[in-house]
Structures are given as C-alpha cells and as structure tokens.
Design a protein. Structure first.
Length: 323
C-alpha cells in the first residue's frame, strides 16, 4: 500500500511536467508560425508563381545535368510552396543582388532569384527540423531561440555559398584576362580576325572546365552567330561579369572601333596595363603585410623575453635576489 501511495503522490508532479513540456512545444510552434505569417503578410506582393523559361526548356529537352532539387518528385510540393512565398516577399534589393550574384557565378542550374530564395528557405527549414529535434532530445524541450537561429543560419549559409562561388569565379576570370588579351593580340597580329582569334582560344581551351572566361568567350561567339554585333556581345559579357578591368577593356575596344585603332594594339596595351596594375596591387599588399606582421612579431618577441627573463623578474619581485 505504501508503494501505491508513493506512486499516487508522484503522479501529479509527472502530469505537471508533461503538461509544461507540451505547453512549451505548442507555444514555440505557435510563435514561430505567427512570425512566419507576419513576415509573409507584411512583405506580400501578388504575383504568378512559375518556373523560369530556361528551367522549363532544360526539363523539356531532357538535360539531366540541369536537374536540381526543384525537379525532385518528393520535395517538389514543399519547394513549390516556398517558391510561392519567395515570389510573395517584396524585397527587390535582395532579389536584384541575388540576380547579379547568380549571373556572376555562372548560374549553371538556371536559378532565378526567387528560386534561389526558395532554396535558402528550404535549407533553413531543414536546419530548424534537425537542430530542433537535437535540442529536444538533448534537453527535453524546444527552444524558440534555437529555431530562429537555425533558420537564419540555414538561409545565411546557402546565400553565402552563392556569394563565395561568384567571388571565386570572378577571381579566376580576373587572373585570366591579361593572358587571353595577349593571345588575342598575337593571333590578330598574325592576320586573324577578332572572331577567329576568340574561336582559337575557345577551341584550345575547350577541355579546361575550370576556366570560366573560356565559357564567357564561347557565349560571346554564340551571340555573334545568332546575329548580335560584336559590340553588343562584348557589352553583354561586361554586364554578366562585374569586373572593372573587363569593362575598361570593352570600352577601349568600342572606342578603338569608332576611331579606327587596330584592335591588336588595343588588346596588347590593355594586357600590359592590367599586368602593371596587378604588380602595383601586389606591391601594395606586400607593404600592408609588412605592417600587419609587425604586431605578431612583437608579441612573439615579448613572449620570448618573458620566457627567458621571467624567473629573474619573479625573484626580484619577491625580493629573493637574482641568485
């Protein structure tokens, strides 16, 4: 009887703890859903949700290398809902930045800004589920702060990956521009036209999949073949690649065509100028590095002095003498 009495005495506290745990779950989920609906309601703009024409064409032609998570039959309903939310969120500056970053990264999967925003929302929700479940198993309760931080981290990491990819691609292009200009100048000096020189560079580097500039030159040739003028094709390339050096080269080529200056001389002078700018930039970085390395050098020197003379200093402080 005493054991039954002990069990009955413990039951109210267990019920209170279970009710408190359920209340925490319901409250956290309700607050999260309320904030999501509030954001959607505040930033809502009516629009038609649809896939981009590039993605539709890639799916219709069966390009399996262009298939992404949006074409997954299991995740498609969830991503379609998130895509609708991405279209409804009126953040034009963010979407314009995403568009420019996608173009700068090469955008091999034909993402639109809304699609990539939906993708970041999806990974944010995935991280919420995993970290929320881990926190629930580890501590026995849900944390609204952990859920919000997980959602923000998932979105932030996804967007940062795109930014990092575009930054690395632009760096590779900036390294390749002077050498490509020299090759074009040499080919044109040997009697080739501009189109023939670019075709030679593209043909020789067709196996180099790590060269994004080669892909951009191939796009320029494709635009010329489709009827665009050389000036339009070069301006479009400068618009796709947000590099000041490339804009300067395109502007020089356009000005040279208007003034009748030989293009080979323009490309050679621009390549020389870009190399000079790179040398000056390297000298500036070396000068800055010499100043920055002074602080850790002083710290190392100070630590060595303390290690050598530390015992003697401690003996002097304690009035024990040097020996």
């Amino acid at each position: 009887m005493s054991e039954i009495a002990d069990i009955l005495a413990v039951l109210p506290s267990v019920a209170i703890e279970a009710g408190s745990w359920m209340w925490d779950v319901v409250l956290s989920a309700g607050i999260f859903a309320t904030l999501v609906m509030l954001v959607v309601a505040v930033f809502r703009q009516p629009t038609e949700v649809k896939l981009s024409y590039e993605r539709q064409a890639a799916i219709a032609t069966g390009h399996t290398d262009r298939r992404t998570i949006f074409e997954n039959s299991v995740l498609r309903p969830i991503l379609w809902i998130l895509l609708g939310a991405a279209y409804s969120i009126a953040l034009p500056r963010l979407k314009e930045w995403l568009r420019r970053t996608l173009v700068a990264s090469g955008n091999p999967d034909y993402y639109t800004p809304e699609e990539y925003l939906a993708l970041s929302l999806f990974y944010g929700l995935v991280l919420v589920v995993f970290l929320g479940a881990f926190y629930l198993v580890a501590f026995g309760q849900l944390s609204f702060l952990v859920m919000v931080a997980s959602f923000a981290a998932g979105m932030g990491v996804t967007i940062y990956q795109l930014y990092d990819k575009s930054r690395k691609r632009l760096r590779l292009i900036s390294k390749r521009v002077p050498y490509v200009l020299d090759l074009i100048a040499l080919a044109m000096g040997a009697g080739a036209t501009f189109t023939e020189a670019v075709e030679t560079i593209v043909r020789e580097g067709i196996d180099d999949t790590e060269d994004p500039l080669n892909a951009e030159l191939e796009a320029v040739l494709a635009e010329v073949d489709l009827g665009n003028t050389r000036r339009q094709a070069l301006e479009n390339m400068a618009g796709r690649i947000p590099l000041d050096m490339l804009r300067t080269v395109v502007a020089s080529v356009i000005q040279g065509e208007e003034l009748g200056t030989p293009l080979a001389d323009i490309f050679h002078s621009q390549a020389t100028l870009l190399r000079l700018q790179r040398s000056v930039r390297a000298e500036d970085l070396a000068a800055v590095a010499s100043v920055r390395i002074l602080v850790p050098s002083l710290l190392i020197l100070f630590s060595v002095i303390l290690a050598v003379f530390g015992p003697a200093i401690m003996r002097l402080i304690r009035n024990e003498g040097l020996f």
